[in-house]
Write a protein that binds this ligand. Structure first.
Ligand code: GSH
Length: 322
């Protein structure tokens, strides 16, 4: 991580822990919002008006948080308006790196090798982890926002006047219910799997494992009536937030993060749902099983040999076995 703008060599992929060994995720620092007219959003400064070609997204395809923003970019038809760079899947001792791994990019925009250089360019005294996603403003040469939940929400509506896209990922009448469900999915599942994987005590792991499978059981029951999405026929940001964790579950969380009561493939409604989401136009392009597998299993603290398992077979988006 960065400490006062300098890369610290004792960086660990495992984030901080509390006294009981529970994994603690850092809060994001850059919280400005792109809005249709440049007025400030719920947090941060104004001056970030929705414009074609002005913004750039730095992502990792291994990362569920970054993948939320990539999915929203596709589903909201923002591909021609917002450019993207993908880091390599392996988190190095200096954090995310740009390079030649298939499906990754060089940083053509800021000409950096490591993502942390982008953070210090904007905040020379930055202390914290240099995380993806990063939403970059080419005009003001600064970071707009590095919190995926914010980026997902602003992509949901800020550019609608430019794109004419009317898909409403956060409809007014569902907002309360979406916020509650997002919170449950975040605590029990999105972050729950990380709490299981990065727990540093048995008690913290047990607690997280319990939360993960309680949440999955609740969602399996909710989807068993055959509904297409979490809110019946309406695709919302909750679906995006759920999908990014489900699609990684059997490939990474079941094995590496020890969330192994069962595979997602053994939960019929959730499996059907995951494939349905995967089949939505453009979504498959945001899922790269090679990046996901290589990236997660390269976390040395959890997998010292860094051997990438071959199975399980038949994952959505995985290259055919052979
Ligand atoms: N709250 C952030 C979390 C992002 C995050 O934790 N990203 C991870 C990858 S999945 C990361 O970049 N980690 C780098 C590090 O910890 O040094 C968000 O949702 O945007």
């Amino acid at each position: 991580m960065l400490v006062n703008g300098t890369w610290s060599d004792d960086w660990q992929p495992v984030q901080s822990a509390d006294d009981a060994g529970r994994f603690v995720r850092q809060t994001s620092r850059f919280r400005h919002w792109i809005t249709p007219d440049g007025r400030p959003g719920p947090e941060g400064d104004g001056g970030f008006e929705a414009e074609a070609g002005r913004y750039h997204l730095y992502v990792a395809l291994i990362c569920p948080w970054a993948s939320r923003t990539l999915m929203a970019r596709r589903l909201k038809g923002l591909e021609d308006l917002i450019t993207v760079s993908v880091v390599e899947p392996v988190l190095t001792r200096k954090g995310w790196r740009f390079g030649d791994f298939p499906g990754a990019d060089r940083d053509m925009l800021n000409d950096t090798l490591y993502l942390h250089e982008i953070y210090t360019r904007v905040a020379p005294d930055y202390t914290g982890r240099a995380t993806v996603p990063v939403l970059w403003d080419k005009k003001r040469r600064t970071i707009v926002n590095n919190e995926s939940a914010d980026i997902l929400r602003m992509f949901g509506s800020a550019f609608d006047r430019l794109t004419g896209n009317t898909l409403d990922l956060y409809p007014r009448d569902l907002r309360g219910a979406i916020d509650t469900l997002n919170e449950d999915i975040y605590a029990g599942l999105n972050n729950g799997v990380y709490r299981a994987g990065f727990a540093s005590s048995q008690g913290a792991y047990d607690e997280a494992y319990e939360a993960v499978f309680t949440t999955l059981d609740t969602l399996e029951a909710r989807l068993s009536d055959g509904r297409r999405f979490l809110f019946e026929e309406r695709l919302t940001e909750s679906d995006i937030r759920l999908f990014v964790t489900l699609v990684r579950f059997d490939a990474a969380y079941h094995g590496l993060f020890k969330c192994n009561r069962n595979l997602l493939a053994q939960m019929p409604a959730l499996s059907r749902y995951t494939r349905r989401m995967f089949a939505l136009p453009g979504v498959a392009d945001t899922v790269d099983m090679t990046h996901i597998r290589t990236g997660y299993y390269s976390i040395e603290a959890l997998n010292p040999s860094r051997i990438v398992p071959s199975g399980p077979a038949d994952l959505p988006g995985a290259p055919a076995p052979g």
